[in-house]
Design a binder for this molecule. Structure first.
Ligand SMILES: *[C@@H]1O[C@H](CO)[C@@H](O)[C@H](O)[C@H]1NC(C)=O
Ligand SMILES: *[C@@H]1O[C@H](CO)[C@@H](O)[C@H](O)[C@H]1NC(C)=O
Ligand SMILES: *[C@@H]1O[C@H](CO)[C@@H](O)[C@H](O)[C@H]1NC(C)=O
Length: 302
């Protein structure tokens, strides 16, 4: 019995050694994605979206952004490309200015919790939004979509952004470890969800309107944008326009069958905000890519 036992132990040790060697080889040669994001990584990542929202809403309502209103938050990052004041009525301008001020608070709250990074280069030009609409429709719109032209165009353009941040916060929440981080993300999520609800409500009221000069309804614009985001994110349905068919009429909020908000991972968010469907291929609103450890990991992956 003894030699047999010894042989078996020897065999086990050999197998164990082989396993350890193989593990070491795969650890040193295969670059694995950072699955275990730290709280700091997960709190810094959404700064990318908060910067975008702050600039889009401040410029849209005031005609200037962080460099005038809160330059310390921009930390010398390059000014956004093509952002400008929108032709808005009193109600929408009022709402959008409030959103802009909320985003300043969000930037301040995140950056007082984690170090963060300066404002990344943002492309908020008319053509950047026009490209998204062209992809959403699968053909170029004539004339190209102008987010800054009027209330309805600006609201449709706004539909593109806070919702993505909202799904990102829902996705980040279960990955967070400490109470400080969870408290911050819950606070951010609440207000992003509120912004999305306000935008959706204003659009819902006008869902049957035809957007000039395309002759396409507001509902169809939102459906197409949501479908595009689902396609770019590439992880199933996590996004629903106002005309999404459900057993009950109406779809004022986007949520799953239990009316819970959909979660998205940082990779899905990057695929959407880059417009490329690939977290390693920057573009869209972020010509040079997003910042922070998570986004940079995927950029350097190429
Ligand atoms: C919790 O996370 C925050 C943000 O990352 C950090 O500043 C703080 O030190 C952490 N607290 C504990 C107790 O780990
Ligand atoms: C929700 O339920 C409907 C009907 O049962 C089903 O077709 C759909 O796939 C479900 N959606 C999700 C996201 O689970
Ligand atoms: C994403 O882009 C990188 C760099 O171009 C490429 O290597 C990778 O295959 C792409 N991933 C997908 C899923 O297309």
């Amino acid at each position: 019995m003894a030699p047999n036992y010894v042989n078996r132990v020897t065999a086990s040790i050999v197998v164990l050694h082989a396993f350890l060697i193989l593990t070491q080889i795969s650890c040193s040669f295969v670059l694995t994605p950072p699955k275990n994001y730290s709280d700091v990584d997960l709190l810094e990542f959404p700064l990318n979206l908060e910067y975008l929202e702050a600039e889009f809403f401040l410029f849209g309502s005031l005609g200037h952004g962080l460099d005038v209103v809160a330059p310390e938050l921009a930390e010398g990052g390059p000014p956004p490309i093509g952002a400008k004041v929108a032709r808005l009525g009193d109600l929408v301008r009022d709402v959008i200015l409030q959103f802009g001020v909320q985003e300043i608070g969000h930037l301040r709250a995140i950056k007082s919790t984690v170090r963060g990074f300066p404002r990344p280069l943002l492309d908020l030009s008319k053509s950047s939004f026009a490209k998204i609409m062209d992809s959403a429709f699968g053909h170029p719109l004539h004339p190209p979509f102008d987010p800054y032209a009027n209330d309805i165009n600006y609201l449709i353009a706004s539909y593109v952004i806070p919702y993505v941040g909202l799904t990102g916060y829902v996705g980040a929440n279960p990955l967070l470890r400490n109470a400080t981080s969870k408290k911050l993300v819950a606070g951010l999520l609440g207000v992003e969800a509120g912004q999305d609800a306000v935008i959706r409500t204003l659009l819902y009221e006008r869902r049957a309107w035809k957007v000039h000069p395309y002759g396409v309804t507001v509902a169809e614009f939102t459906n197409r944008i949501s479908t595009l985001r689902n396609k770019l994110g590439n992880e199933g349905v996590k996004d629903e326009g106002l005309g999404f068919t459900s057993p009950f009429s109406g779809n004022i909020l986007s949520a799953d069958n239990n009316s819970l908000s959909y979660p998205r991972t940082p990779q899905e968010i990057l695929r959407i905000i880059y417009g490329s469907g690939n977290e390693s291929v920057p573009g869209g609103f972020y010509p040079k890519g997003a910042d922070g450890r998570i986004a940079r990991y995927y950029l350097h992956d190429t």
